[in-house]
Design a protein around this ligand. Structure first.
Ligand SMILES: [Zn+2]
Length: 213
């Protein structure tokens, strides 16, 4: 596992999964909350993030970028925290939990169903920390993104493909809807963009994807 700091308060924990893909868990250390973006493949996957914060007194605020198993299986490690997601994400975790366990060869440690307990449809803003969560359909219908307006870092979940060779993700929404999401990203003010599986990228990536589409 690699730990990389970006700008002043963004930390990326990257795991290499033996059959050839990477997984990024993302922490933003705000003034009021520690924002944990995605909880990975189970208890052992998220443990280093919790360990990293062992001396912090600020509460966790956990965010699920979408319902896929590789982003939520560590949720139960935050039994007393707010877990945020799109409304549809909560419904889909509930509905697909058993099916997703078919992927349990990827489970790292243990998992237990822990649903998001604060959901939204369009946008949520944490003014004290200048953190914005907003709806960005594309990869899935329940995808959200997180913008750290103070540190200028965007996390867009799986709305970018898993590697530089595969920049276009699998898209559940209509192509037009995904293109609109990309156009919206281009209007935002940020330096770095973090995704679930790819390397750290910058704004240029959206033009590359739009060209490929
Ligand atoms: Zn996904």
């Amino acid at each position: 596992m690699k730990v990389k700091k970006i700008n002043s308060r963004n930390i990326i924990f990257t795991y290499h999964i033996p059959d050839g893909w990477d997984l990024n868990l993302h922490l933003i250390m705000g003034d009021k909350y520690n924002y944990v973006i995605d909880t990975g493949l189970g208890s052992l996957s998220i443990a280093p993030v919790i360990e990293y914060l062992k001396d912090s007194e600020k509460p966790f605020l956990v965010i699920n970028t979408h319902h896929h198993w590789d982003h939520i299986w560590g949720n139960h490690m935050f039994p007393d925290s707010l877990i945020l997601s799109h409304t549809l994400c909560r419904d889909r975790i509930e509905e697909k939990w058993e099916d997703m366990l078919l992927k349990s060869k990827y489970l790292f440690g243990e998992t237990k169903k822990q649903l998001p307990n604060l959901t939204f449809d369009n946008e949520l803003y944490f003014a004290e920390d200048k953190i914005r969560l907003f709806y960005t359909p594309g990869h899935t219908k329940d995808s959200i993104s997180v913008l750290d307006e103070a540190d200028k870092v965007l996390n867009l979940g799986d709305n970018i493909g898993d590697s530089m060779e595969e920049l276009i993700p699998s898209i559940e929404c209509e192509k037009e809807e995904y293109m609109q999401t990309l156009a919206n990203y281009k209007k935002l003010d940020f330096d770095y963009c973090i995704s679930g599986h790819n390397v750290v990228l910058d704004k240029m990536v959206f033009d590359q994807i739009l060209k490929l589409l």
